[in-house]
Write a protein that binds this ligand. Sequence first.
Ligand code: GGG
Length: 357
Amino acid sequence: MTHRIAVIPGDGIGKEVMPEGLRALEAAAARFGIDLELEHFDFASCDYYAEHGQMLPDDWFEQLKDADAIFYGAVGWPETVPDHISLWGSLLQFRRRFDQYVNLRPCKLLPGVKSPLADREPGDIDFYVVRENTEGEYSSVGGKMFEGTEREVVIQETVMTRTGVDRVLKYAYELAQSRPRKKLTSATKSNGIAITMPWWDERVKAMGAHYPEVSVDQFHIDILAANFVMHPDWFDVVVASNLFGDILSDLGPACTGTIGVAPSANINPDGHFPSLFEPVHGSAPDIAGKGIANPIGQVWSAAMMLEHLGHPAAGQAIVDAFEAVLAEGDKAVLTPDVGGQGTTEALGRAIAERIAG
Ligand code: GGG
């Protein structure tokens, strides 16, 4: 069976980490006898926007819908395209039209990487953020009135649906149930945001009736953020709305030393549409072009993609390879965010060599 993968590097460091993600993917495919057909696309990037005046071609859905997975880099180049135009014109279209309603973001302290938190060892931080990915605070409901006048009014509504919330909670409960600790934490702000958030809390309780083995904590987002820093070992599976999940899944990896290693899977669990795999980080204009971006977020996303496609051993081989390279600690190979002086390519090559065995 051949897996058709749509490859979209996007912007900034997306273009630099993607070749290393592909190097790891191809090394794992060769070792495990997996047949991949890679199809490369230049859209969903600000360069494409500069040429065409839009982030995506009109027929993007037709071009991508039959892919088995989408492998994405990063989006955004604010010097040429405002961030809200590039994001809404690309990634958010994919998430919505392909109904990728789960954004799964592992957060793990890796061997050889120093956490900024005192006395934390690998094993102390190992949890998942499950982010609702198609509605919530990322809504297109709202507008402006009296623009540019003293009476200017700007409104953007949060949209939560029972279908949308229940299905992501179900995914989170099932993930928690499958893990040894069986622990779920829900993030809201139900005292201040007093309509949608208490309702989310009610849905958490209602869904919990189907998962009696899972223990559930509910936190306000502010103290939850503080506890990510003070007690990251408390967490196992954390479920949150679109915005809160986005923030927590940057904060979590920051507690593990670098956001550069964090991967994500935008999953359509029903399998009707392709799921999309991308690092958590963005295009990082501050380091783009320097060749020093950490490729592990992209490489780990390749591992998640292989697992999703039914090749868990190949995915695990990729994870084992980057953990071994990090644990070795060769400063000539590691990128600066993990204490080295190496390049994106040097680290990517070292990982691919390990995968090949
Ligand atoms: N690789 C992910 C990426 O480019 N992220 C840019 C970003 O800001 N994304 C916002 C989001 O995930 O909602």
